[in-house]
Write a protein that binds this ligand. Sequence first.
Ligand code: HEC
Length: 167
Amino acid sequence: MLGNKAFKSTLFVGMLTLAGLTLAFQAKADVKFVTTQDGSPLEIKADLFDTPEAKEFLKTGKNPYIGNEEAIKKGKKIFGLYSCTQCHGPDAKGQVGPGLIGPTFRYPKDATNKGMFETIWNGTNGGMGAKGLGLMDPSDPTNGLKPDEVLKVIAWIRSHGGVNGNE
Ligand code: HEC
């Protein structure tokens, strides 16, 4: 039989343990990515998320670069460098490929930044190749966009329209 005091301290330790576990669980719970092709799990190595902004995205699914002028400028550059312009037009309003600025999308989930990230990272079945690092070019694992770069490209795309993707 526990005395009242012992019972209280046991309860206290129990509550602390529970709080600690809850925190540990929250700290570990990264966003779960899925492919745009069929919604199956999409594994992206956590160590590729190597900037504070990319880490925040991995935790929250929100793109911290939305509205950030410097990131938007870089995103525009990357959009040209990786030939996105050739298919989507220099202002992302569409060319051979569809326009990207919304408000409607071929893949409705692309209205969110998590969804658009998955589409750019791993591609689609309908003519959009994967652009993620190591996926874009099977012959060169160093080729492709890092998560941080994908987020900047998305920030640039979002700077055109009414959709900011973090809603
Ligand atoms: C070779 C042409 C080509 C290139 C290069 C290309 N795309 Fe695409 N993209 C497409 C096509 C075609 C689609 C439509 C795919 C479908 O319907 O499955 C598409 C779809 C998309 C979508 C989904 C749009 C929606 O409405 O849901 C996004 C986002 C996107 N592309 C971003 C990019 C970015 C960013 C780059 C550069 C890193 C890029 N694309 C490079 C051809 C291209």
